[in-house]
Design a protein around this ligand. Sequence first.
Ligand code: NAP
Length: 441
Amino acid sequence: MATDGTGTLWVAIVGAGPAGYYAAEAFTKGDTNVRVDIIDRLPTPFGLIRAGVAPDHQSIKNVSRRYTATNDRDNVRFVGNLELGRDISLDELKEFYDVVILATGASKDRPLGIDGENLDGVIGSAAFVGWYNSHPDFTHLNPDLRVASVAVIGNGNVAVDVARILAKTAHEMASSDLAEYAAKRIHSAPIKDIYILGRRGPLEAAFTPKELGELNAMENCVALVDGAQLPDAANDDDLTGATKKNMAALRQMALNLPEAKPVRLHIKFYRRPVAILGESSVCGIQLEETRVEDGKCIGTGNIETLPAGLVVPCIGYRTSPIEGVPYDEARGRFVNEDGRIDDQLYCVGWAQRGPTGTIGTNKADSVATAHKIMAEFSPSGKKGREGLDALAKERGLHIVTFAEWKKIDAAEVAAAHNGAPRAKFSDVDEMVQIAESPETS
Ligand code: NAP
């Protein structure tokens, strides 16, 4: 393997989430002359695995072991606590590296575009999920959960996650890594009714059977569906795959009784939000009844109002724009052709194709992009790491290395109690201090 200098193809991947790590893995398995730096603005790697995957879905988080194995290879380096645009510019990265790959995900909420969406108590899923998952950007969100009723908008897995995390008991969440400050608030909240609102019907819902099924197995909360909203059971045999399994779960829920458990989770279809109501804080949501024609949602003009002290739109995400990178406003992602943005700039994952698919879905385009780069690029004598490190030193930046992340990781695991796998830190300065502290063991 070439170690440095003109024989090395230097690749910078911005964003240490699944898409970034799958691309890095593909490079490490390919050309041995490639060296990869995975840059993240946080001192912690793994992106959505850490701050997006639900805290009670620990088995999904195990995939981080695979990313750790990638990072343990000597041609991959994690560069934490370095923010593109704040600490280093895109032009500077392009100066040091042959190729820059944006794996920055989609961290912004899509707007609903209706009246009232800026009221207090309307919190998009990016912020709400970030809050209960200890993301440093949202630690101070302090949502007011002293409410009786919550409306969760959307029929995707994020809506299901949010409703479940609000509905599960402290006992059910004991083996999760739910942020402690969030657990205190959620588990003392007087919430009695949670609504999951779909603008189309059960056949069009985006949630997956396993996730939907979990809603029917909660300690304190009963999932309810109005059987009249489900299609004729005589046609169930014609259904296939996830839709068939979803329908089976929904039919079970339709048999549940509201008084079975203290908290009720109502899954309501054919309701599109038209306005969020309130003076300064939200007190309700106005919904228009819909019907579906050729897969499209058509309003009927019938309006109903639902009381809600908290509204969480879970309607999808947008990639954060980056200065100098062409952005597709309509799709909420970078303008790219199969991952290529320009001669030196690529994107992978949600930043490339939008916020769809599970963790593993990101692998294919990351691998394809890495292979394309390895086939088309040759080393051009860039400075690579040496250039980045010199610039960080000059600017007094503390880059957090993977070894330092392992110290943060160990401290989180050591701080856990009551069966939790870890007690996550959510303060960047605190994490950097731990990273800088001398080894203790
Ligand atoms: P999603 O699956 O795309 O679902 C978004 C939902 O929002 C859809 O039901 C959509 O309805 C609805 N919606 C969009 N705009 C709306 C509007 N203006 N008013 C009302 N409803 C609106 O997105 P997601 O739930 O954010 O999930 C993102 C991706 O992550 C998905 O691929 C998901 O499967 C994945 N994920 C997976 C897991 C897991 O595997 N456990 C957990 C979380 C997320 P229409 O269909 O009518 O557009």
